[in-house]
Design a binder for this molecule. Structure first.
Ligand code: ZN
Length: 303
């Protein structure tokens, strides 16, 4: 089972010759989930060998151009490739009207269906295998941070124990396996009575945070395995960060530390900085193991 994330871009606002707009492609068990789709996303996908045909869901953090300039082109290419499966686009309020209008302007008619879902705080996507949570963060316009979480694998079901308790095979078995307590012959049966809880496999998770000048969101990111967090400004430029609602290096480290994330990758850098190591050093003052995000690098959460 593959669970990995490839950084397609690390640049905020404007792309540079060696830095593309921020974007993350998450590969999860044969499916690709994209977070943002800035300019250049198609070529970056090709370079990363992530097929655009595998993209099923696209999460747009907010509607500043650098986060979705590449979307119309990507949707058009999928159509030219005769894609049939639907694509779901998640975005802030008005996502459907906005993208529909954009496609009209570009005369793009897709041969596959596009579904839209507006974001709000909490669980925004729930599949058998994973969940995506969103949290609104402070920025110049409605913006969301995301946590993508693989579901826990419940422990091994000990059928002999269930049989010994007299529970008949059927729906009650599934309820117990889903972690629910059932009532059988006036007695409460808990999952721990019939499951080997030592064999629970906790799912891995990743966080994606761009364009954000906020506080108290560390609980949202608690214990994620890999956090991709913007580090747009250095400490000396805090006034700019405050004015434009972007993150400052040392604060990013603090958030990651408070959230006890296992790995912090910084990205979404302002084009004004040529020496990214200077930003990294500032982040490392509060989170020593932070790493600089590298374009086209793949971060493996699970092989
Ligand atoms: Zn923005």
């Amino acid at each position: 089972m593959v669970f990995q994330a490839t950084l397609l871009g690390i640049s905020s606002s404007i792309p540079l010759k060696d830095r593309n707009h921020s974007c993350l492609a998450v590969k999860f068990d044969g499916e690709v989930i994209l977070f943002d789709a800035g300019e250049g996303v198609q070529q970056q996908l090709m370079r990363s060998k992530v097929s655009n045909m595998e993209i099923d869901k696209i999460f747009i953090s907010h509607f500043h151009a650098d986060h979705f300039l590449g979307l119309p082109g990507l949707l058009a290419t999928m159509s030219l490739h005769k894609r049939e499966d639907p694509v779901v686009i998640y975005g802030p309020r008005g996502v459907e009207q906005r993208i529909t209008k954009l496609l009209e302007i570009y005369e793009i008619q897709t041969v596959y269906p596009i579904k839209y879902q507006e974001l709000s705080n909490g669980l925004v996507c729930d599949t058998k295998e994973y969940q995506v949570f969103a949290r609104r963060v402070k920025h110049l316009l409605e913006t969301y941070a995301f946590v993508f979480k693989e579901k826990d694998k419940v422990g091994k079901f000990l059928k002999a124990k269930a049989v010994a308790l007299g529970i008949p095979e059927g729906p009650m078995y599934s309820q117990l396996q889903d972690g629910k307590t059932i009532e059988f012959k006036g007695k409460k049966i808990h999952p721990k009575d019939v499951m080997d809880l030592d064999s629970i496999k906790h799912g891995k998770s990743l966080g994606y945070v761009v364009d954000c000048f906020d506080k108290d969101y560390d609980t949202f990111l608690e214990n994620v395995d890999v956090l991709f967090h913007e580090a747009m400004f250095m400490k000396k430029d805090i006034a700019l960060a405050r004015k434009n609602f972007h993150s400052v290096t040392d604060n990013v480290g603090k958030v990651a530390k408070n959230a006890k994330v296992k790995k912090l990758i910084i990205f979404n850098f302002s084009a004004r900085y040529t020496d990214l190591n200077a930003l990294l050093h500032e982040v490392q003052s509060t989170y020593p193991d932070a790493e600089l995000g590298e374009e086209l690098k793949t971060y493996k959460l699970k092989d």
